[in-house]
Design a protein around this ligand. Structure first.
Ligand SMILES: *[C@@H]1O[C@H](CO)[C@@H](O)[C@H](O)[C@H]1NC(C)=O
Ligand SMILES: *[C@@H]1O[C@H](CO)[C@@H](O)[C@H](O)[C@H]1NC(C)=O
Ligand SMILES: *[C@@H]1O[C@H](CO)[C@@H](O)[C@H](O)[C@H]1NC(C)=O
Ligand SMILES: *[C@@H]1O[C@H](CO)[C@@H](O)[C@H](O)[C@H]1NC(C)=O
Ligand SMILES: *[C@@H]1O[C@H](CO)[C@@H](O)[C@H](O)[C@H]1NC(C)=O
Ligand SMILES: *[C@@H]1O[C@H](CO)[C@@H](O)[C@H](O)[C@H]1NC(C)=O
Ligand SMILES: *[C@@H]1O[C@H](CO)[C@@H](O)[C@H](O)[C@H]1NC(C)=O
Ligand SMILES: *[C@@H]1O[C@H](CO)[C@@H](O)[C@H](O)[C@H]1NC(C)=O
Length: 240
């Protein structure tokens, strides 16, 4: 084969694989599956009577709760969402696990950003077909936005955790609901129901409580296509 043919074959192959990998992940890689959630741990977030912000709606706040229980096998967390009375306009509504709890004054701005231990960011929308690439806290991105007045749904999320000590632990944090334009409507703390069996970590095995470490320092949240272009250029340079 002529060199130019080889080059074009190499480039085509490279670009095809890059196109297939146009995926946004966290700077620390994909979210990891948590497989040692303490059995029996259930956290409940009950929305307050008074909304944080919904000025033009006389029907009061969104009503209901979100409960989250470690799966019996410790792999993932089962969310049970039961909500009604969403505003009549301004949707579809999104909701997320947020980093901080709700302060005593109920100000949802102070719950800070989405729970995002892998530093993925929210600029590029989550692809629900690849939930490991999404922000850990982006529940509506992974499992669906609220498109009408209510949401009754149960799903298992493999990436958030009921194990204290992990970055993906949400038990000391909150859930926040937004209008489509991101303005915060309401928020609530998670609180632990009953008692969880949390095995003590021994000095010789810290993996149970350590923050997940993922060795991937390369492309980060940037679009991988640019890296592919660089690779293609490198291949071209080598062959010429
Ligand atoms: C790759 O992702 C970017 C956004 O990150 C998007 O604009 C572009 O259309 C995507 N390309 C393909 C081929 O999916
Ligand atoms: C993240 O997961 C996606 C989908 O499985 C995979 O294509 C991609 O290579 C992963 N990225 C990293 C950095 O592990
Ligand atoms: C967002 O949408 C809500 C509901 O439509 C509206 O009340 C609010 O003013 C909007 N916020 C911004 C910053 O535009
Ligand atoms: C949420 O939890 C935090 C931490 O326990 C607490 O300080 C705060 O008062 C709680 N917020 C509400 C609205 O109950
Ligand atoms: C909520 O907190 C933010 C940030 O501290 C502040 O700017 C805002 O005025 C507060 N809103 C209300 C209604 O207190
Ligand atoms: C509300 O939205 C859900 C999810 O899209 C859908 O399954 C349900 O039928 C809708 N309910 C009504 C009353 O439109
Ligand atoms: C919540 O728990 C995690 C893991 O134990 C910890 O890193 C984080 O600082 C805690 N956040 C708050 C607001 O207490
Ligand atoms: C350490 O803990 C992890 C998670 O609980 C477990 O899978 C692993 O077998 C333990 N390793 C040792 C050496 O005890």
């Amino acid at each position: 084969m002529h060199a130019t043919t080889i080059v074009s074959v190499v480039l085509t192959t490279l670009l095809a694989s890059v196109r297939a990998q146009n995926i946004t992940t966290g700077e620390l890689g994909n979210a990891t599956v948590v497989d040692n959630n303490p059995p029996g741990a259930t956290y409940l977030a009950v929305l307050p009577e008074k909304q944080f912000f919904n000025p033009s709606d006389p029907r009061g706040n969104v009503k209901g709760s979100v409960s989250a229980t470690a799966s019996p096998d410790g792999i993932g967390v089962v969310y049970s969402v039961s909500l009604s009375n969403f505003p009549t306009s301004g949707g579809p509504f999104t909701y997320h696990l947020h980093v901080d709890p709700v302060p005593a004054d109920g100000n949802c701005t102070k719950t800070l950003a989405h729970l995002d231990p892998f530093i993925r960011g929210e600029v590029v929308a989550c692809d629900p077909k690849l939930p490991q690439t999404c922000q850990v806290g982006d529940l509506s991105g992974k499992y669906g936005k609220v498109t009408n007045g209510s949401l009754v749904q149960t799903y298992t999320d493999l990436f958030s955790s009921t194990r204290p000590g992990l970055g993906s632990f949400f038990g000391n944090r909150s859930i926040t609901f937004h209008f489509a334009n991101k303005t915060r409507i309401t928020c609530a703390n998670f609180t632990l129901l009953g008692s969880a069996t949390i095995p003590p970590s021994t000095g010789s095995n810290t993996s149970a409580t350590a923050t997940p470490t993922v060795v991937f320092a390369g492309l980060g949240a940037r679009n991988m296509a640019s890296a592919g272009m660089a690779l293609g250029a490198a291949a071209l340079a080598l062959l010429l």
